[in-house]
Design a protein around this ligand. Structure first.
Ligand SMILES: Cc1cc2nc3c(=O)[nH]c(=O)nc-3n(C[C@H](O)[C@H](O)[C@H](O)COP(=O)(O)OP(=O)(O)OC[C@H]3O[C@@H](n4cnc5c(N)ncnc54)[C@H](O)[C@@H]3O)c2cc1C
Length: 296
């Protein structure tokens, strides 16, 4: 392991000052399940490591009916899963409970998963489908953005290593809404998604779709919202025909790479299957069915 100076700031300004006053080689550490592996394997270099877990603002986990969920950037996957406040955010719960195993989940944060900005990250499509936004601080001040504008490429995001993610905000789930996340991995667990998808569907009083968001991951440089596919569902009865058409459209948003883990055609087909399944599960949940996530 490379040697570095460890800092444990107690406030957002202290953390951003440490980052700004470093030699350009400072990194933030939340659970460390990505960054410590990267430092140990010399994939990244850091002279200073700034631990964000002691900043109280980053540990907030609260919910109110009007504004939704506040998920501080240092909240672990386990804290998220154990909180009754998160019960209606089923897509993110599906995703969070398959990030590594429970040892990883007790350290890893959803904020770290987002900041690591892997195209295959499990939480990101779920955050997109749930309409999440983020708040982060840079030396220019505090900014808020939709998650859809946050990741800019593999391992890259709008903060360019110069920002501190403070919190993720997720709007309240609507009445008669449901959401779901699924990934395909070749092994039973502990693997990276070959393709993944998340869907959110909200029904109106007449049973037609009042709101829909479909997101895809691992089939392009960043996870993305398939806006036209979501729009195809609007004001329609969510029958098999509508789901099939939306899933086919969503798959056209998949522009995957061809590698040892899957060909382009395989990943495009997976995108279609994952979207179809997540839409079906989201709709069953919207109808009040309790569906425990199938882990893969
Ligand atoms: C065995 C194992 C299995 C795994 N399985 C999965 C899996 O199934 N699915 C999956 O998606 N991932 C998986 N991962 C990757 C990792 O666990 C997740 O990405 C995790 O959510 C990262 O969170 P963390 O808190 O540990 O982040 P860290 O490692 O602490 O940080 C990750 C990155 O984000 C930056 N960062 C962290 N917090 C902030 C902040 N507040 N502001 C700005 N930048 C910040 C860090 O500098 C670093 O670049 C696995 C990792 C391991 C070791």
């Amino acid at each position: 392991m490379q040697s570095f100076t460890y800092h444990a700031p107690r406030s957002v300004p202290e953390a951003t000052q440490l980052l700004a006053s470093g030699d350009g080689n400072a990194v933030f550490l939340a659970g460390g399940t990505d960054i410590l592996v990267q430092l140990r394997e010399n994939l990244r270099h850091a002279s200073q490591v700034i631990d964000v877990k002691h900043i109280s603002e980053l540990n907030e986990l609260s919910m109110d009916g009007a504004n939704g969920l506040v998920l501080g950037a240092a909240v672990t996957c386990n804290q998220f899963l154990n909180s009754p406040a998160t019960e209606s955010y089923t897509a993110l719960r599906d995703a969070t409970q398959i990030i590594g195993g429970w040892q990883i989940q007790s350290r890893a944060t959803i904020g770290g998963n987002l900041c690591n900005s892997s195209p295959a990250a499990d939480s990101v499509p779920a955050l997109l489908a749930l309409g999440a936004t983020v708040k982060f601080a840079t030396s220019d001040g505090v900014q808020e953005l939709p998650v859809s504008q946050f990741c800019t490429g593999p391992g890259k995001n709008v903060m360019h290593g110069k920002g501190l993610l403070i919190a993720i905000y997720i709007p309240p789930a609507g009445n008669q809404s449901g959401s779901a996340y699924q990934r395909f991995i070749p092994r039973y667990e502990m693997d990276i998604a070959v393709a993944n998808a998340a869907s959110y569907v909200e029904l109106g009083k007449d049973g037609t779709v009042a709101e829909a968001r479909i997101a895809l991951g691992a089939v392009g440089p960043t996870a993305i919202l398939a806006d036209e596919a979501s729009a195809m569902l609007m004001s329609k009865l969510p029958n098999e025909e509508a789901i099939e058409a939306a899933a086919r459209k969503a798959a056209t948003y998949a522009h995957p790479i061809d590698d040892m883990r899957g060909t382009i055609e395989f990943r495009q087909q997976l995108a279609y299957v994952m979207v179809k399944r997540t839409l079906q599960t989201a709709l069953r949940r919207a109808a009040g069915e309790v569906i425990v996530a199938h882990p893969h």
